[in-house]
Design a protein around this ligand. Structure first.
Ligand SMILES: Cc1ncc(COP(=O)(O)O)c(C=O)c1O
Length: 445
């Protein structure tokens, strides 16, 4: 596995306060998770450095995006070579980088459904959601969509309409024909009901949405195997198969949004997250980790569904460009060569056990959940009431930052810490994360 060498940075740019002032003056409103935003001056593998040379373990990976490591040398070298050769052309022309990456991408995608045999690369996850919706409408001749509460699918009209979290919806006239079903949120199930029963009830409620809000025919259902932004909500074993059956009964496509769960983050048994439940998606949406930070998304589907665009004008200026394809291919190669999916399972497993230790130790740590290196820690006022505790989320993020660890947050109520580092972290790094959290908890509660 590639490891980061210890490198102090010599940052010669303007100070953080100056950059902040200029940002506020010239750019759209700033959204920062920290009271004082960090100026990230340099990144190397699982670490970043700020303007003053302080080193941080990046346990949020630039929002679950840096998969193989910041500025991974193999990815950098291949991107640089491609930049010198050809930056830009489009799908109106031929170039070998696109089909070569597509073939490798599909080899992995076929692990969730052997019929997935066509891919279109986009610039982002949002754009992948949009393309998915177009495909689903064209293929099925239907226009109703089902999404889940606690989900996130992007920021455009359609993707925001599919998103099932109030804070990410901005009081717009949303796309019509989009309905939401409850997520299978085991931790917040009613008392006296088992996790398995709750999963059945949630899937039945989804069936109810199809029955009552649509004609009984739908274009597609979209779900994240484990909700990312929504707070690492992990459905029970019986949930996805039952949802899949309901979607198929309604003639819809089953879409797995793997923007956060994919690319080996769960471990080698589920390179794409939905594999954990053995359900075969008709479409897989990807982004974030597939480009390691380079703007890259993908829609992977069957030939029959992709052919819905045959004979129609379909083009994207930047999607599929040769640099993006080169970066994407390099990321896949690095994951394979360095067995990063195996590392995710191993280090993630160790970290989860240690986080569960914190759950036993602190009344405010209500739940620890997730697979591999997609972990969530739900914070509450106390275990009995399960009242959400977003103030503590903020305090712990600040506490970890002070101790040189960046972690993220999510959840409808900002009540879940999200630990989703690059897949190259070590067990020592996992100790650092849990140690920083332990000390921050001790300080805050
Ligand atoms: C599950 C999921 N889908 C879609 C998106 C949108 O991706 P992007 O920010 O690349 O547009 C995100 C972004 O956070 C996401 O987490």
């Amino acid at each position: 596995m590639t490891t980061a060498t210890e490198e102090a940075i010599q940052y010669a740019g303007p100070a953080a306060a100056e950059v902040l002032k200029a940002r506020e003056k010239h750019c759209f409103p700033l959204m920062s998770y920290f009271k004082e935003p960090i100026l990230i001056a340099r990144g190397k593998m699982q670490y970043v450095w700020d303007d003053k040379g302080n080193k941080y373990l990046d346990a949020f990976a630039g929002v679950v995006t840096v998969s193989v490591g910041h500025c991974h040398p193999v990815v950098v070298e291949r991107a640089q070579k491609q930049l010198e050769k050809l930056w830009h052309t489009t799908t109106l022309f031929l170039y070998p980088e696109l089909p070569r990456y597509a073939e490798k991408m599909l080899k992995r995608a076929k692990t969730v459904n052997p019929d997935l045999d066509a891919v279109f690369f986009t610039n982002s996850g949002t754009e992948a959601t949009e393309l998915m919706a177009t495909l689903a409408k064209l293929h099925t001749g239907q226009s109703d969509f089902i999404g889940l509460q606690h989900s996130f699918h992007g920021r455009t009209l359609m993707s925001m309409s599919l998103t099932g979290q109030g804070p990410w919806r901005h009081s717009q006239p949303y796309a019509s024909g989009v309905y939401h079903a409850p997520a299978n949120y085991t931790y917040r199930r009613p008392e006296g009901i088992s996790p398995e029963q709750w999963a059945d009830i949630c899937a039945d409620q989804l069936q109810g949405v199809i029955d009552h809000s649509t004609s009984g025919r739908i274009a597609a259902f979209i779900g994240e195997p484990v909700s990312g932004n929504g707070g690492v909500i992990v459905p029970e074993a019986n949930y996805w198969p039952k949802v899949y059956a309901a979607v198929k009964k309604a003639g819809g496509l089953f879409v797995s949004d793997e923007v956060q769960c994919g690319m080996g983050r769960f471990g080698p048994d589920a390179f794409y997250g939905i594999k954990k439940w053995g359900v075969r998606p008709d479409i897989v949406d990807m982004a974030k980790g597939i480009g390691n930070g380079y703007p890259l998304g993908a829609v992977v589907t069957t030939r029959a569904i992709a052919d819905s665009l045959k004979g129609r004008l379909h083009f994207n200026t930047y999607g599929n460009n040769p640099v993006a394809c080169t970066v994407g291919e390099a990321v896949l190669d690095v994951i394979e060569a360095e067995k990063l999916d195996e590392n995710a399972a191993k280090v993630g497993g160790v970290m989860k056990t240690k986080l569960e230790g914190l759950m036993k130790k602190y009344e405010q740590v209500g739940d620890v959940r997730g697979f591999g290196l997609m972990l969530g820690v739900e914070l509450v006022k106390d275990k009995k009431s399960k009242a959400v505790n977003p103030e503590l989320t903020g305090a712990l993020m600040e506490g970890c930052k002070k101790r040189g660890v960046i972690i993220g947050k999510g959840g409808q109520w900002g009540n879940v810490l999200r630990i989703k580092p690059p897949l190259c972290i070590t067990e020592t790094d996992a100790d650092t994360v849990v140690g920083a959290l332990d000390e921050s908890l001790k300080e805050a509660v």
